[in-house]
Design a protein around this ligand. Structure first.
Ligand SMILES: Cc1cc2nc3c(=O)[nH]c(=O)nc-3n(C[C@H](O)[C@H](O)[C@H](O)COP(=O)(O)OP(=O)(O)OC[C@H]3O[C@@H](n4cnc5c(N)ncnc54)[C@H](O)[C@@H]3O)c2cc1C
Length: 339
């Protein structure tokens, strides 16, 4: 969905696709074939997981004007179609994956990746073209898609569950689990996290069937859920880092623990509570590091902020949907105001 919109090549966020100096800054139909097939040019930024998918579905990222007809395009493309180039994104601490051992990676099993996906004259046959030039439908398409997508940000509550577990574990290992402020901070993490889960579920419960039989989630609650996600994981991360202590950023590298001189010293001086191995203490600290500032902070924090639209995108929808006139009417009624 997300076009580069000119961040790299002197484009301008305030201009529509057709007003940009370079016509390729939003993905566009560069050519229409007599059989109804189309040829794409342009670049989508930040594409999560398309390298491990079979197909991608393209769609416009915003409402289009009549002049933007060539940019109102939605279609399906196999990821290995000729003319596509992927450029892999960098992630914080990514080179740790190339070091021996699995501790410093924090989460050696899972991670995500994003690519810039460049289309240079990619042919799409007519059966895979869903929208070509119907600018009137772009706003509704974007709004509906983002309602599903913003509601799907319940996934961050799953990550929040892991953060809660990690914060509680590190407190156990440090021998402070019984302190009242520690318990209270764990309650705060749970409270914040359930606000994400709850608004996502409310969006689904408020979903309505369309005439075609699809279900659309409640758009207001989907946007509230995503807006929670732009903020609450940052506070949850702060609390988890609070409980982890400074070792989260000063812990020596795994290879130091395998060093003949440093290893035994580290084992002696980094002991936690009795019965807890130094290795397990390191593992939980690295997991919190990984999720709050390492590779998985891409998914837990930055994607929470910008994915499915930066915070302002949700505020625009909330403002459009909050029916202020009705709320003013209720207040005036109770206040006995007659205008
Ligand atoms: C980790 C990650 C994964 C992602 N995965 C995907 C994916 O799989 N597929 C996909 O399509 N997208 C994906 N996105 C993209 C995401 O939807 C965008 O990052 C988001 O829409 C913001 O766009 P942008 O990054 O171009 O930032 P910008 O548009 O440059 O926004 C930066 C700031 O500028 C403001 N701004 C932007 N335009 C205007 C304007 N015209 N007027 C006033 N203010 C403006 C924004 O509100 C924001 O505060 C992903 C993003 C991240 C970070």
């Amino acid at each position: 969905m997300t076009d580069v919109k000119g961040a790299m090549v002197g484009g301008d966020r305030s201009l529509n696709p057709s007003q940009q100096e370079d016509p390729d800054l939003f993905v566009r139909v560069a050519e229409r074939k007599p059989n109804g097939g189309i040829v794409l040019r342009g670049c989508k930024a930040h594409q999560t997981g398309n390298l491990n998918s079979h197909w991608m579905i393209l769609m416009p990222g915003s409402k289009m004007e009549v002049a933007d007809k060539d940019y109102a395009v939605s279609c399906a493309v196999p990821v290995d179609a000729p003319g596509i180039t992927y450029i892999y994104g960098r992630q914080s601490c990514d080179l740790r994956a190339m070091e021996p051992g699995d501790i410093d990676q924090g989460n050696a099993k899972f991670g995500g990746q994003e690519t810039m996906t460049i289309f240079e004259d990619v042919y799409v046959p007519p059966e895979y073209v869903f929208m070509d030039g119907e600018v009137d439908f772009t706003q509704r398409l974007v709004e509906r898609f983002t309602a599903y997508h913003r509601r799907s940000y319940v996934c961050k509550a799953g990550l929040g569950d892991v953060m809660l577990g990690a914060a509680a574990t590190v407190a156990d290992y440090n021998g402070v689990a019984k302190a009242s402020h520690i318990k209270d901070k764990l309650v705060e993490i749970a409270y914040l996290n359930e606000n994400i889960a709850g608004t996502a579920m409310a969006s689904s419960y408020g979903g309505k069937a369309t005439p075609s039989g699809n279900f659309l989630p409640d758009v207001m609650m989907a946007n509230i859920c995503k807006h929670n996600v732009t903020k609450l994981p940052y506070e949850i991360s702060r609390l988890a880092q609070d409980l982890a202590g400074g070792l989260i950023v000063t812990l020596p590298a795994d290879k130091e623990f395998r060093n003949d001189v440093a290893g035994p010293l580290l084992e002696k001086y980094l002991k936690g509570k009795k019965g807890v191995t130094v290795e397990n203490r390191r593992r939980i600290l690295r997991l919190i590091e990984n999720m709050t500032m390492g590779r998985n902070a891409v998914g837990y924090l930055s994607e929470s902020l910008h994915g499915a639209g930066s915070p302002q995108a949700q505020r625009v929808l909330i403002q459009r949907l909050f029916d202020l006139e009705n709320k003013k009417r209720l207040a005036k009624h109770l206040a006995g105001i007659v205008e």
